[in-house]
Write a protein that binds this ligand. Structure first.
Ligand SMILES: [Zn+2]
Length: 94
C-alpha cells in the first residue's frame, strides 16, 4: 500500500498516515492477506484446480477487491463455465 486510502498521502511504509493520522496497520494486514490468497489461487490454477482457485479468489475479493483479483475471477468463472455450463456461479458485478 503506497498511499493512504483516506487522504491519498504517500505512506512510505508507515502504518500511520502522516497527514490524516489514520491507523492503517489492520488495513495493510488485510490487503496482505488478500494478496496471499490471490497468490495461492494462482498456484491452484497452475495445478489445474480451478474450483479451489475460484474459492480462494472469492475470499480475496471480500478482503481486498483489486483489478487483478477481479480479472482472475473472470478467468476461473470462464473455466468453470466451460467445464460445467449449467452449474457455474456467476460473478456478481458491483
Ligand atoms: Zn491519510
Amino acid at each position: 500500500m503506497e498511499r493512504c486510502p483516506l487522504c491519498r498521502a504517500a505512506l512510505n511504509g508507515a502504518d500511520t498516515c502522516r497527514r490524516c493520522r489514520a491507523e492503517l496497520a489492520t488495513v495493510k494486514r488485510v490487503a496482505a492477506e488478500a494478496r496471499a490468497l490471490g497468490d495461492l489461487a494462482l498456484h491452484h490454477l497452475s495445478l489445474g484446480d480451478t474450483e479451489a482457485a475460484d474459492r480462494l479468489l472469492r475470499r480475496a475479493l471480500v478482503c481486498h477487491a483489486t483489478p487483478e483479483i477481479r480479472d482472475l475471477l473472470r478467468v476461473t468463472a470462464s473455466l468453470l463455465a466451460e467445464a460445467s455450463p449449467s452449474s457455474a456461479a456467476p460473478l456478481a458485478d458491483d
